[in-house]
Every structure is written in C-alpha cells, then in structure tokens.
Design a protein around this ligand. Structure first.
Ligand SMILES: [Zn+2]
Length: 421
C-alpha cells in the first residue's frame, strides 16, 4: 500500500509540471505573417493558453513557467486549410476500386493515416467532401480526431454525396445483373432526396454534397457543356431540406445550368467549376458564393489516351476561368481533391494558383481566412490573433517570396498541441 502511494505521489509530482507547461506556451517567431494585412512582423512572441492564442506581438513578455518553443529562425503563419479533401480515397483508386477491393474498416484505417499525413503537412483544418462509398466512415474519423484518439485536422464532413443513376459516382463497367454499392447515393426522385438528407443529418454530416453536374466524361466536347444532373426544382429541394437542419450545400458543378442554378438557389460553394461562365461568376460575386477550384487534380497525368484531348481542353478552360473569377472578385477557397492526389501533398495547388495569376498573399488567404469563412470558422481559425485557436505552422523561408515553401512545413501546432517540430 505504502509502495503504491509513493508511486502515485511520484506520478503526480512527475506529471504536474508538464501539464502546467502545456497550459501556457510561448512561441518565439523570427517572422510572422499577418494574413489579413499581408504584413510580415519580425521577432514576435505568440502566447498560447489552453490551446488558444492569448497575445501576439513583439512586446509580449514570456511569463514565468511558460513552455518556450524557439522558432526564431522560422517563418510562422496560421495553420493551412483544405476545403476539398477525400480522406477515404487513395491515389490508387482508379486501378484498385476501393468499393470492390477494400473493406470499409480497412478504408477507415487508410483514412486515419491520411488525416495524420494531412496534419503533418501543415493543414490543421479540412472539409472532407464526401466519403466515396465508405458511408459514414468520415464521421467516425472526424469524431476520433476530436476525441484525441488519433491525430488529424479539425474536420467537417459530407458523408454520402447525392448523385443520379447514370451520372457521376456510379460504378461503371460492370454487367447490369451485378448489383454493388455505389460511390454516392443515387437519388432519382424527390422522396429519395429528402430521405437521404434526413439520414445524413441523423448520422452526423456537416455538409450536403450535391453532384449538380456530371463528371468529365459527361462533358460534350463540341460545345464544352457539362451534364446537369438535377433540375432547378430538385436543386431547390436539396437546399431547402438541408437548410431545415442548418446544413450548407456544396455543389460539385463544372458550369452550365447545373452550376448557375446551384448558385442562384443558394449553394454555399461551387466545387471545381472549370467551365463557369461570366453570368454565373457575376452571380457568385453578388451572392457571396465560394469557389473551390481544385486545380491540380485536373492535371493528373496517366489518363487513358482517348481522354487526352478532353483533359487538355478542360485544363485550358480552368486556367481562363480562374483568371476571370479572380479579376471579378469571386471568393476563391483553397481545395485540392486530396485522395486523387496523395494525402499530405495538399500544398501542391499554391504554385498553380500563383501560376494562374493569383498573388502569393491571396493564395495564402485562400487557404486561411477565405476557407475559414466558407466553413463558418471565421472566429475560430485562419488568423493568428487573440482568441483564435492556436493552429500554427512554420516554414524556413518567406512564402510571399516563394510559395513552394508551404510544401515543406517544419512545425505544426493544432489547438495548442505540437504535432511536428
Ligand atoms: Zn472531390
């Protein structure tokens, strides 16, 4: 008994100072980017208490007993945010159909590894834009991260995407008599749409993902028209039913009437949108609709030869649309479609956005304050100011001079916990 008590005393004595130090942390940053003003501040102290930023500035004193993290040779900025990921698909999906070849428990394990890779790459927040046939596994991963069971970014999820029979998210290439699970929920009637939205709410979704247009194989190359998958009445129904549960709608839409109707009827974001016309872009500016362009995924090499003309045309259109949208002032959030590209390589789109005409500071804003606004996290993350979550990363050099610095993140803190240093 005496022996046990002394062990308990020793444990208390040994753990108490550590707990206290974690409660109060001071980061000494050689340089810090204010993403709102675009200004770089030198020799800044960030004081963090209980996972939140308490004070930031050159004159902030380091209190006695605070754990000090020395980043005096580093460039500090807010944790990055990816508004379009798929933790539950991996880059092998095209050659190794996950629904046919992998169990959902195995896919969940892959998703947990993907979440960790994403966090260690400096992305402290993600919006996971549907589970690609793994049902509610994204909810499980999000909740396991929130409970501290596994490392990963703050996450919002979309569970099962709404699509149609014959459109996107279908299992293709199988004989009609073979019935298998699909990549999305194929909602071919109003009743099916309403029931599925209620089910997704019940099982914990944060977003409704609507495939308002089909995929690239549905684009009519003669006039570059995407396939609208739902009519106006059905898009209105989706948005109305989601709004009942206060859930926003993200619309996968390349352009044409499917994209216009989604914007007009109140979708919060348009995903991909490489064929958006001026009429739709102007409406997006007017209504404050966010655009998540996911540039890199449409540049994927190794597509079948018969797709190469299609891919070339799409990439060309995407670049032109990006330039027009940026000039018009569309709110461009940062999204990669990670899963189609390797998880942990989420910084790949920064250089493409800059190549397409965006300034480096606006590319960084896209992955911080703009995506925070999209996700309803304006007062939670995306900026390094008092009261915000301590989601902080560091790189070696100034990303305003070289945006590819963001591919090499040396330090990651999420909610005050250090995951990489
Ligand atoms: Zn996607």
């Amino acid at each position: 008994m005496k022996y046990l008590l002394s062990i308990i005393a020793l444990l208390l004595f040994a753990t108490a100072p550590t707990v206290q130090a974690q409660d109060l942390v001071a980061i000494r940053a050689g340089a810090m980017l204010d993403v709102e003003t675009g200004q770089v501040h030198r020799n800044v102290v960030l004081l963090i208490r209980n996972g939140r930023i308490e004070a930031v500035g050159a004159n902030v004193a380091v209190p006695k007993g605070a754990e000090v993290i020395d980043l005096s040779d580093q460039f500090v900025l807010p944790g990055l945010m990816d508004a379009h990921t798929h933790l539950l698909i991996q880059p092998d999906y095209a050659s190794n159909n996950p629904i046919l070849n992998k169990s959902i428990p195995f896919r969940t394990a892959e998703g947990i590894a993907a979440a960790k890779a994403t966090l260690l790459a400096g992305f402290t927040t993600i919006r996971d834009m549907d589970s690609e046939g793994a049902d509610w596994a994204d909810v499980a991963i999000r909740d396991a991260i929130d409970k501290g069971l596994v490392p990963g970014p703050h996450s919002q999820v979309a569970t099962r995407a709404l699509s149609i029979t014959g459109g996107y998210m279908n299992q293709n290439g199988l004989a009609p008599q073979i019935d298998v699970p699909q990549f999305g929920f194929l909602a071919d009637s109003d009743d099916a749409i309403v029931a599925e939205i209620r089910r997704e709410y019940k099982y914990g979704t944060n977003w409704i993902k609507l495939y308002a247009t089909g995929t690239t194989r549905h684009i009519n190359l003669a006039d570059m028209t995407p396939l609208p998958q739902f009519d106006r009445d059905q898009i209105a129904l989706v948005i109305k039913e989601a709004a009942r549960f206060r859930i926003p709608v993200a619309a996968h839409a390349y352009g044409g009437p499917g994209a216009y109707d989604a914007v007009d009827l109140g979708a919060r974001s348009i995903e991909h949108g490489m064929l958006l016309d001026d009429k739709t872009l102007d409406l997006m500016v007017q209504k404050g609709t966010f655009w998540v362009p996911t540039i890199s995924v449409y540049m994927t090499e190794g597509l079948p030869a018969e797709w190469s003309a299609r891919t070339t045309a799409i990439v060309k259109a995407h670049k032109a649309t990006f330039a027009r949208a940026y000039k018009k002032g569309v709110r461009i959030a940062y999204g990669t479609d990670a899963g189609a590209i390797p998880h942990g390589e989420n910084a790949i789109d920064f250089a493409l956005m800059v190549d397409y005409g965006m300034s480096t500071i606006d590319a960084i804003r896209s992955a911080t304050i703009v995506t925070a606004d999209l996700m309803g996290l304006t007062e939670e993350t995306g900026r390094l100011s008092p009261g915000m979550a301590a989601d902080i990363i560091a790189v070696e050099g100034n990303p305003l001079d070289d945006i590819t610095q963001l591919k090499h993140v040396s330090f990651v803190m999420k909610a005050g916990h250090v995951y990489k240093n």
